[in-house]
Design a protein around this ligand. Sequence first.
Ligand SMILES: Nc1ncnc2c1ncn2[C@@H]1O[C@H](COP(=O)(O)OP(=O)(O)OP(=O)(O)O)[C@@H](O)[C@H]1O
Ligand SMILES: [Mg+2]
Length: 587
Amino acid sequence: MGKTQKFDHMKLIRKYAGGHTTLITLGRLTAAISAIVVLIPYYDLWKIISIAVNNEDTAQISHYAWQAVILTIASLLIYIGALFCTHIAAFRVQANMRSALMRRIITLPLGVFDEDGTGMIRRIVNDSTAATETFIAHQLPDKAVAAITPIGLWVLIFAFNWKIGLMCMIPAVIGFACMMCMMGKGMQEKMKEYQNALDTMSSEATEYVRGIPVVKTFGQTVHSFKRFKEAIDGFGKWTTAYTLVLRWPMTAFMTCINAIFAFIVIAAFTFSKDGTSAALILNIMYYIIVTPLVTVALTKVAYSGEAEMTLIDALQRVERIMEIEPLADNKAGKAPSDHSVELRNVTYRYKDATRDAVKNVSLKIAPGEHVALVGPSGSGKTTLAELIVRFFDVTSGEILIGGVNVKDIPAKELMKQVSFVFQDSRLIKRSIFENVRMSKPDATEAEVMAALETAQCMDIIEKLPNGIHTVIGEKGTYLSGGEQQRITIARAVLKDAPILILDEATAFADPDNEAKVQAAFENLSKGKTLIMIAHRLSTVMNADRIYVCDDGQCVESGTHTELMNKGGLYKRMFDEYSRSIEWKVGA
Ligand SMILES: Nc1ncnc2c1ncn2[C@@H]1O[C@H](COP(=O)(O)OP(=O)(O)OP(=O)(O)O)[C@@H](O)[C@H]1O
Ligand SMILES: [Mg+2]
């Protein structure tokens, strides 16, 4: 993938760092200086050994020893300074990244946030920015150290004995060649595959755990486990193949860099033959102390490459969100003149889908009219309703509210005009009071209570330990689907928007709840333009007009009586519905 190769991660980091770019440069520079300073004590060490084996002036030893101690401490302090710089920059980059992401997310079409999308976005906002933070705070200064240390070490080694230095180069060069082989092209792609395989495995694990109740009730064991197991097997297979690819280069790399030590012993013996035994001891002792440093430095270089690949993958994930096209908000747009809703030849196809979810639908709803959308599951009812509030923009056609195209209505104004009660009610982990008040942040407790009463929620509040201040989802305070929908209706009551869209929950277990939701809907919709998506056809009989959807199209419309007389899809659905009710009563 050519694009992957060209990805300039440092440019992106600089973009998010803003004014802190110099801090990153300073941090890297200081880290490099600390790497040089830490090497000077090795010169002192060589001097000390030299004085000892040659029986020179021992008074000098303490001078060099002190110099070594002071420089070691100094290099440590400089390194801490470097970390200080990179940490400040890293926190800034992470904060800037997160706020840029959040700013972008808020402008995205609401349709992006279906269940899969939310998980993906959460992972990117948390994990990918955290990976970037770690990279800048730790890996960037370490990379500078890893780059400078081998060079400094070779200068040291060559300065003392160029022949031995040359000998050390042989395994190091072979080691580096192996490393290049490991990090060659294709590896970035492999890193992405690795992250994807991890993602699949963790989402399958979540699915599996979520599905356990279903699995238990239906007595399935092996099959339900299959997908999860397949994900694990897939990951296992991928990891094994990856490891096998790396087996030889990695073995060669580790062998080579660890072999420097053996090479030095041989070299020291070979090249010190003519010299005194003191020179031999000096060389061997010195190189024995220094060579492990070379090994450590080279290993660091190898691992910093891996960290960089992880970072590139993280940044690419962040960019993928930043590249999603936001919904254009026409702030200078017009306000609707009334509360009518009109669809003109509306067609919508989900991204990557092969067929239209809504096909060429036209309908006109006058202000204050109550209409119902009915139709088989998957016929496009929810999609149609979501298009009205711009969860996504139509693929073709027009949607008008009060005679103005929804694209020309400022987002704030549109939200003021329309209330939406979702099919799957969405409550957040806060108190009921806060959940209801989300639609009108300055509402008083009395207003919230009144809304809850209108939405038939008093029986729910009464049984909760702290009334409306009970936090949902905490300490076993969970609400049933029907109860949750009633709370969201209270939210809509409080908002008091002139146009209402109700997507009825598919099924409520008990008739008592069903009747209450029904009553709540009725209270809410008085005097408002209402679009109600209904599954229980008994609830739509009184609608001014019923639209029947089938396979994305609007196939029939009229009042209940008109449609029954017509004898089409609606009549068939209604007859079936009546039979199911009778069946329930009879059973
Ligand atoms: N996020 C999505 N991405 C792709 N396709 C989708 C998405 N959401 C829904 N669809 C498809 O669009 C079509 C219409 O779905 P929609 O949810 O609007 O149906 P519905 O009439 O509301 O069904 P139900 O009565 O079960 O609620 C279906 O074929 C569905 O598979
Ligand atoms: Mg639906």
